[in-house]
Design a protein around this ligand. Structure first.
Ligand SMILES: Nc1nc2c(c(=O)[nH]1)N[C@H]1C(S)=C(S)[C@@H](COP(=O)(O)OP(=O)(O)OC[C@H]3O[C@@H](n4cnc5c(=O)[nH]c(N)nc54)[C@H](O)[C@@H]3O)O[C@H]1N2
Ligand SMILES: Nc1nc2c(c(=O)[nH]1)N[C@H]1C(S)=C(S)[C@@H](COP(=O)(O)OP(=O)(O)OC[C@H]3O[C@@H](n4cnc5c(=O)[nH]c(N)nc54)[C@H](O)[C@@H]3O)O[C@H]1N2
Ligand SMILES: [Mo]
Length: 670
């Protein structure tokens, strides 16, 4: 991103035309980053609560007073019978900078002995499935996919969530590739593809295994690749031939047999084939099973050997960062407990020994984005919970703070960024001075550590020292250049060959067996199946028929085109573009309930309810409804959002959140 600064004020931002992946354009949201940065509601000073919990009334304070108060409260908790584990950090992806993400914050929380946070709210299921199967989170080099002749966009709304991939998809299309989108919703991405396959949510593993059935049945497998690179090929062959025939899978996925046959044949007969999956795919009970099965398709056909072929969920492992080292995981006291961020509601309301007494939130807005919102809010409203929030804005979460601290934006601090969709490490140069009294997260934790008189050099490290350590502790792809080079150039392609073929025949596979583990004892040890299998959604006819009768509609709540989860919801131009909370519902489902287009409806289940305007649409299939998200409750008419209905149940592998595994019903509001 290039920023133009005039007289100390950022006046323009644009994509960098020299960047080989982002190619000179910004996405819809980030192109409004100046509007967001200079928004009249930016938090500019530390504040201390004066109103009741959750009311959102504060008075201005100095940094000294605010940090004194936090230091005093945290020190008292540390010294109490309950001890430091009664302190819980809560953070995710507000900034994904390595310094202002966990670089300094983790050092602080590890050193004081706080409870550990299991960061599972987005990607852990798919990431773990990939790591178990392939040994590392790597995938096809996205810059090569213009060579592909078949591209499957599988559970990813590329034009919204990953628009920088699109020019490469277009290049492939111009070279004659067929582009297929597998998504229960007819998204704008689906519209732009040659074919849309409207699968029933949460059944992708079954589809992938049926495709494997066709591949093995018709002799499309690459024997050499399977023998040389994989473990368990014969067993999976037997299984898919016996159990996953297209006729059996069609009713599970609610797709025609013909579609599955045709997809399997096309995948088997075409070279190169590329599958792009993204994390939306894996917000279901059977997430790990789905990612595992899909990711194995190129291992069956040997597509990993083709330039432009393969699979990509995440390339983050290619960077070989050693987070444990630079986040100082060695200072975590033995026996420290871990709390799963996807069960925050439970953590704040029922977990004991010790009860959570202090919550420190940074880079996250759990009061909007965490599942089972009613429970989260109940927890945040506890009078005996001391809550600190580091933020740009007074979000739903910030309303519940005891101390609210102003943080800098990307424009106002330096940082390093790795990536999960491309292969460049980036230097984030500060472009402008911090607005008001805002401070970078790293500096806030540095000052807090000093206030608490913690003697530890790691907590005094400057941003630059942390950056040098990140590079020095990383593996070869990332340690082959200096911080100076990176700072000068802004971005550097990490040290992997170009094109990068991560799992070509002969590549080193970092699993215990040294092979791609189609059969996996690790999956089995974690309670899964040793062989790829379909695991139905928690909330489905297969696993809970009684619930499926009471709540017959599967609700998806993916991010709206102009929002980044709950970030940007308060930016006027983007909120105008999003309009208001809506629910897309199929004509049949609407008629049955007497719902008219434009009418307010209530979407509900046993966990809660939210309101939205009905949009009757053939973009959703019967039995599926969709609520573009993630709205701030406080910016809606009745202070609700889709997460009133989502559940705290976890994925099969990786302990992940299951936002899209969510049965509801809908009724017209009078
Ligand atoms: N229903 C439903 N729920 C979802 C999802 C969904 O699709 N549907 N998506 C899920 C996914 S994929 C994810 S990743 C999570 C995301 O959950 P979060 O990580 O909580 O992401 P955001 O909602 O973007 O909120 C990030 C907050 O960090 C703040 N922030 C940004 N930069 C900084 C900084 O430098 N310092 C500080 N202190 N704060 C900063 C922003 O102002 C913003 O309020 O939500 C999940 N929740
Ligand atoms: N504009 C924008 N860009 C973003 C984000 C954002 O909030 N806004 N968030 C960022 C983050 S944190 C993430 S994790 C990524 C997420 O990027 P994506 O994974 O692309 O995003 P989602 O919209 O969560 O899900 C993608 C699609 O999966 C579909 N889907 C849901 N369930 C299933 C299923 O069972 N099977 C299949 N095949 N499809 C299913 C949804 O209908 C949706 O269209 O995007 C990143 N980019
Ligand atoms: Mo995410």
């Amino acid at each position: 991103m290039l920023v133009t600064v005039e007289d100390g004020r950022a006046t323009q931002i644009a994509g960098n035309p020299d960047h080989a992946f982002t190619n000179g354009f910004l996405c819809t949201k980030v192109s409004k980053y100046l509007e967001r940065t200079y928004h009249a509601d930016r938090l500019l000073h530390p504040q201390i609560r004066v109103g009741a919990k959750g009311e959102g009334r504060f008075r201005r304070a100095t940094w000294d007073e605010a940090l004194d108060l936090i230091a005093k409260r945290l020190t008292a908790i540390q010294a109490s019978n309950e001890g430091p584990q009664a302190i819980l950090p809560y953070s995710y992806a507000g900034t994904m900078g390595l310094v202002n993400g966990e670089g300094m914050a983790s050092r602080f929380f590890h050193r004081i002995g706080a409870s550990l946070l299991d960061r599972t709210i987005c990607s852990s299921a798919g990431s773990e499935a990939l790591s178990i199967t392939y040994g590392q989170r790597m995938g096809t080099d996205p810059e090569t996919i213009g060579e592909a002749k078949l591209i499957i966009l599988w559970g990813t709304n590329t034009l919204t969530a990953n628009p920088h991939l699109w020019p490469f998809v277009r290049k492939a299309k111009a070279n004659g590739a067929r582009i297929i989108c597998i998504d229960p919703l007819r998204t704008r991405t689906a519209d732009a593809c040659d074919e849309h396959v409207p699968i029933r949510p949460g059944t992708d593993a079954a589809l992938a295994l049926a495709l494997m059935h066709v591949l093995f049945r018709d002799g499309h497998e690459d024997r050499q690749y399977l023998d040389y690179m994989t473990l368990g090929a014969e067993k999976v062959r037997d299984r898919v031939l016996a159990d996953y025939a297209p006729e059996r899978v069609a009713p599970i996925c609610r797709l025609p047999v013909e579609t599955i046959e045709r997809l399997g044949t096309l995948y088997g007969a075409t070279r190169p084939t590329f599958i792009r999956a993204n994390y939306g795919l894996q917000r279901h009970g059977g997430a790990g099973a789905a990612v595992r099965a899909i990711s194995l398709l190129p291992a069956i056909t040997g597509a990993w050997n083709d330039i432009g072929g393969g699979f990509q969920l995440s390339a983050s492992g290619t960077f070989e960062l050693d987070r444990a080292a630079f986040e100082r995981r060695n200072t975590v006291p033995a026996g420290t407990r871990t709390i799963n961020m996807s069960r925050l509601g439970e953590a704040l309301t029922t977990v004991d020994n010790p009860r959570v007494r202090a919550l420190v939130v940074y880079n996250s807005n759990p009061a909007s984005v965490a599942p089972e919102r009613n429970r989260v809010l109940e927890g945040l409203r506890r009078d005996d919970l001391f809550t600190v929030v580091l933020e740009h804005f007074q979000t739903d979460t910030a309303d519940h703070a005891d101390v609210l601290l102003p943080a800098t934006t990307q424009l106002e601090h330096d940082d390093l960024h790795s990536a999960y969709g491309h292969l460049y490490l980036m230097y984030n140069h500060r472009a402008i001075e911090p607005l008001g009294e805002a401070l970078p997260n790293a500096e806030i934790f540095r000052r807090l550590a000093a206030k608490m008189a913690i003697e530890d050099d790691a907590l005094r490290a400057t941003d630059e020292e942390i950056m040098r350590e990140i590079l020095a502790t990383a593996g070869p792809p990332t340690s082959h250049f200096t911080l100076e080079e990176l700072r000068d150039r802004g971005f550097v392609r990490i040290g992997v060959p170009s094109p990068h073929l991560p799992f070509h025949s002969g590549a080193v596979i970092r699993t215990a067996s040294g092979r791609i583990e189609i059969e996996s004892s690790v999956f089995a040890a974690l309670g899964g199946d040793a062989l790829p299998a379909y695991v139905p959604p928690h909330e489905s006819e297969e696993r809970n028929p009684e619930l499926a009768r009471r709540y017959p509609l599967a609700l998806l709540s993916p991010p709206a085109h102009s929002f980044l989860n709950s970030t940007f919801v308060n930016v006027p131009s983007l909120r105008r573009a999003a309009g208001k909370p809506t629910l897309e519902i199929h004509t049949d489902d609407a008629e049955r309930r007497g719902i008219r287009s434009g009418q307010m409806v209530s979407i509900f289940n046993d966990r809660g309810a939210f309101s939205a305007e009905a949009v009757i649409s053939d973009r959703v299939r019967p039995g599926v409804v969709s609520a573009p998200s993630v709205w701030w409750g406080k910016l809606t008419a009745d202070n609700t959002n889709a997460n009133q209905t989502t559940s705290q149940a976890l994925t099969d592998i990786g302990r992940g959140a299951t936002f899209y595994d969510n049965l509801v019903d809908v009724r017209a509001r009078s």
